[in-house]
Design a protein around this ligand. Structure first.
Ligand SMILES: [Zn+2]
Length: 312
């Protein structure tokens, strides 16, 4: 009798615990690539863009990771000062090469690519927050397979982590659109671009959450890709606010990468893009429902904006 009561109690505990687990907040980590840029854009100076990004991150008390492309500015004192502002603010730093070459290009050798990583790392060495994390440029892990495997072996031997993205976005496309509009008219209205960006991110977020459930049977910790650009300087506050309002919980990229999914190495011959998309393709699921919304030309929210001229 006692035994069966215990059994019932244990069953009740499990029954109570399950819904709680299912309702746990979706976790998301923020990463920004390609920064800091010293190039000129409308509206904000390079310093003002950098500060606007950090202000949004500080306001929401988020720890993000900046993946530095050293040739965009960090190789000069004024650019390195911008990187230092990130590490001084307790943010994490990763490596995104010197000049952003494409490993899949036949013109780029494995040795050249590795040299790009090492040279950028030398510039960042000693900064607090610097991790041995590498973010592949264009999220391309190398083609043909010998290149991909060569990078994987080298990274393992050198202690690098592949800083995967799971939640890939086309924020760079919207940034080009935003800059084109503001170059034509620095005072142009941009609220429609802001809304398209938020809609785009939420559509991708839901799609990658669904793909995670399909491939892993659970909600993995998502790693969001954005860029150090004018778009996010203007709207990152809104982006973080939107995810929070939807009930998503920001965690540090360091915590996200502890999710065992980030130890996987998809065997797809064209590994790259979102880790989840690579996994789907490795499993022969390249054409699952909604896949076309996860590639750059499937962004209806962006297409709807039409040409960059301001709305009337
Ligand atoms: Zn990049």
């Amino acid at each position: 009798m006692i035994r069966s009561l215990l059994f019932i109690a244990a069953t009740a505990l499990v029954a109570c615990a399950s819904p709680v687990r299912a309702q746990a907040a979706q976790r998301i980590a923020l990463t920004l690539d390609d920064g800091p840029h010293l190039s000129a854009t409308p509206r904000l100076s390079p310093q003002a863009r950098n500060e606007a990004l950090l202000a949004a991150i500080r306001k929401h008390q988020v720890q993000a990771a900046l993946f530095v492309t050293c040739g965009n500015g960090a190789d000069r004192p004024e650019g390195l000062a911008l990187v230092k502002a990130w590490s001084d603010a307790g943010q994490l730093l990763g490596n995104h090469t010197m000049t952003h070459p494409d490993l899949n290009s036949p013109q780029v050798s494995l040795e050249q690519y590795q040299d790009e990583i090492q040279r950028c790392q030398q510039i960042l060495e000693g900064l607090p927050g610097l991790q041995r994390w590498f973010r592949f440029t264009f999220l391309r892990e190398g083609k043909p397979e010998a290149k991909r495997d060569g990078m994987r072996a080298w990274m393992k031997a050198q202690g690098w982590r592949n800083a995967y993205v799971s939640l890939d976005t086309s924020d760079w496309r919207l940034n080009e659109f935003l800059e084109a509009r503001l170059k034509a008219d620095p005072k142009a209205e941009v609220s429609d671009i802001r809304q398209a960006y938020l809609d785009h991110l939420w559509q991708r977020a839901q799609a990658y959450q669904a793909l995670s459930r399909r491939l892993q049977g659970r909600d993995i910790a998502q790693v969001l890709l954005t860029h150090h650009n004018l778009l996010n300087a203007l709207f990152l506050d809104d982006v973080i606010g939107m995810f929070k309002a939807k009930g998503w919980q920001f965690i540090s990229p360091a915590e996200a990468f502890e999710d065992p999914v980030y130890q996987l190495q998809p065997i797809s011959p064209v590994a790259g893009q979102s880790l989840l998309l690579s996994m789907a393709r490795s499993l022969g699921l390249g054409r699952f429902e909604g896949w076309e919304r996860l590639v750059d030309d499937g962004d209806h929210e962006i297409e709807r904006l039409g040409p960059p001229a301001a709305p009337h």
